[in-house]
Design a protein around this ligand. Structure first.
Ligand code: TNX
Length: 630
């Protein structure tokens, strides 16, 4: 046994906690002037530290040191503690993680093992789902539920070998083939085919029809529609239900059906992203919002500024970005080269998914600021602030020429890499207090006649919006993009902090994507119990609650409803340090989300959904998705 850290006392308050630790030196050498590094939730109050000295906190990273440079002898213990503000320590994923120690007489950081700690019991376990009951299963296993199904009582033979007359759409074959769990498919001439594709220009763009018969037909007005039809067919075949002669007519409720993936807080491999894209396509999502930059890393190769990824893609002890979210002392992370991005964009396109890149500005920019301080930091700026995630130095300065040089170059490359119509520029969570004591910002305010400091954010975002428009792109931002009131009204708003701001933006005339945290953030735990992983700052979200979200809130006017482009689910990854953990949080809730985004209220039915969910299980298993058992 070497070094261990034990929690000896934890007292939670509403949104704060007091914690005490014991650090034990089980190694064979005394440790001189130690420094302890750990990740933990909450904002540590420096003045509350006892038994150890507070050095610093940046985000989740906390550094403490020995009181008065005291040594920790072999077999000795030291007790210390502090108060964490803003959050209570309620769940297994709130506990300290990634603990290591450095000291004057030790060359490499030493891992400190954490003694398992039993959290106070809280919350209720979830009520189990209704049992599987094939009598209650709808006629078809498709998720999201199709708009209309009318089947006869004549069962159909399902061919083992699908012979597909592609009707000129050969490009659909490989993806369809990969979606099929039990059958093979090959291209065939019309006379031999048992499956055909047809165009009917009367159908809406994303609509399709399936005619189940001896020769089954998929009919649509576009390649996308045909792909959706084939996907529905794959779901029917994969769940091995008896199929009957008849017809399915289907089209989505919302044109925008999104999923946001945070690859910053924890890095995900290109292969994992491809798997996710396959799974999103299988449930008819059409947009992947890719969160690529934040305080903890810059993950997109930018040729104009290679320092961005060179200096911040890997975090760890002694790096520009210190260890965060328990990633430990060793360099951790990665970035996406432009070639990998092109590969992913093409992979997604083939599955009818558009990737929207997010470059989050002006807040959430600590990585960029660490990589390019000469360009982005005003040394005379003495403003002091703390961001929602506890950073003190993470906001771009909208009055520096370097900021514009930086963002223009980034946008140039981003637009060339991502062919979609939209670029997301973040704009969320700019902390209070920022820019107040920046001489450059004061001068800019005067020059522009601004009264409110938020107008500076508006000015910067408007600059980017105009730049994007010239490149044929439209700006998307989180709801705070409207702060400072400078954006032209073609901006699209992603409403996340509850539903109120999204509803009011839609009623005012902005196009809105609804992504309210308390229904769609899949980093929220499934329930409040202490053993269930996740956060609950917005809510716990069980499958039923996820399913029951209806975008069309009573407060939306008719015009407001027309401005809702669609719905988006999101996985933020602060505590998601493995693919398995990601799967667990995302599945099966993503399937409920798919239905909310695609199916109209009349076709949504909880009991039926649950039965179809059971029918989807073989696909989830086949894909090796580590979903939360249901
Ligand atoms: C809020 S949603 C954030 C993210 C966090 C997330 C955690 C939004 C625009 N900002 O930076 O990762 O909460 O749930």
């Amino acid at each position: 046994m070497a070094l261990t850290l034990t929690i000896t006392k934890l007292t939670n308050h509403d949104s704060a906690y007091d914690i005490c630790f014991e650090l034990y030196n089980g190694s064979n050498q005394p440790i001189e002037n130690w420094r302890l590094h750990l990740s933990l939730v909450g904002l540590i109050e420096a003045s509350s530290c006892h038994g150890a000295e507070f050095v610093r906190q940046d985000g989740s990273y906390i550094e403490l040191k020995a009181p008065c440079k005291a040594a920790l002898d072999v077999d000795a213990k030291v007790s210390f503690g502090f108060r964490g503000e803003k959050l209570a320590l309620k769940k297994v994923t709130d506990l300290p993680i990634g603990t290591f120690l450095t000291a004057d007489n030790i060359k490499a950081p030493m891992t400190v093992s954490l003694t398992p700690f039993t959290l106070p019991k809280r919350g209720e376990e979830q009520t189990p789902l209704p049992a599987q009951d094939s009598d209650k299963a709808p006629a078809l296993p498709i998720i999201p539920a199709p708009a209309q199904v009318s089947l006869s009582s004549s069962p159909l033979q399902i061919p083992q070998q699908l012979l597909l007359d592609c009707g000129g759409f050969e490009q659909l074959l490989p993806v369809f083939a990969c979606q099929l769990q039990h059958q093979e498919v090959q291209s065939a001439a019309p006379e031999q085919a048992n499956l055909t594709l047809r165009i009917d220009t009367n159908l809406a763009e994303q609509a399709y029809r399936i005619e189940f018969d001896e020769v089954t037909s998929v009919i649509a007005s576009s390649v996308t529609g045909l792909a959706y039809g084939l996907t529905s067919l794959a779901q029917c075949y994969n769940s091995q239900v008896t199929l009957y002669q008849g017809e399915v007519s289907d089209q989505p409720r919302f044109g925008y059906r999104g999923f946001m993936l945070d690859c910053v807080r924890h890095f995900r491999s290109v292969d994992k992203i491809k798997q996710l894209i396959d799974q999103l396509a299988y449930y008819k999502f059409n947009t992947l919002h890719w969160h690529l930059t934040d305080d903890e890393a810059w993950r997109l190769e930018i040729k104009a500024f290679p320092q961005l990824t060179e200096l911040t893609a890997l975090r760890g002890h002694g790096q520009a970005i210190e260890s965060q979210f328990g990633s430990g002392p060793a360099p951790y992370g990665g970035y996406y080269s432009q070639q990998e991005v092109a590969e992913l964009v093409a992979y997604a396109q083939q599955r009818h998914i558009t990737i929207i890149p997010e470059i989050d500005i002006p807040g959430h920019c600590r990585a960029a600021l660490k990589a390019l301080p000469d360009l982005l930091v005003e040394p005379e700026d003495s403003s002091s602030y703390v961001s929602v995630q506890f950073y003190h130095d993470n906001v771009l300065n909208p009055a520096l020429p370097g900021t514009y040089q930086f963002i223009d170059a980034v946008i140039e490359e981003v637009c060339a890499l991502f062919p979609g119509d939209y670029v997301h520029v973040g704009a969320d969570e700019v902390p209070k207090g920022v820019w107040q004591h920046s001489p450059a910002c004061q001068a800019k305010m005067q020059q522009l006649g601004y009264q409110d400091i938020r107008e500076l954010q508006g000015f910067l975002l408007r600059h980017v919006q105009d730049n994007l428009r010239q490149k044929g792109k439209r700006l998307l931002g989180w709801e705070e993009a409207l702060d400072g009131d400078k954006l032209a009204d073609d901006a699209i708003i992603c409403a996340w902090n509850g539903t109120k701001n999204g509803i009011s933006a839609a009623n005012k005339g902005y196009a809105v994507v609804m992504t309210p945290a308390h229904y769609t953030y899949l980093d929220m735990a499934y329930d409040y119990s202490e053993t269930e992983p996740g956060t609950t700052w917005a809510s716990a979200i069980n499958l039923r609650q996820c399913y029951d979200y209806d975008v069309f809130d009573a407060a939306l006017t008719d015009a407001g409803k027309a401005n809702i482009l669609g719905l988006q689910y999101a996985i933020w990854t602060e505590f998601i340090n493995s693919d398995a953990q990601l799967d667990y949080m995302v599945f099966p809730r993503l399937l409920a989300g798919a239905e909310n985004a695609w199916s109209t209220g009349a076709n949504k039915n909880w009991q039926g959904f649950v039965q179809r969910l059971y029918q989807q299980q073989s696909y989830l298993d086949w894909q090796n998705i580590q979903y939360r058992p249901y």
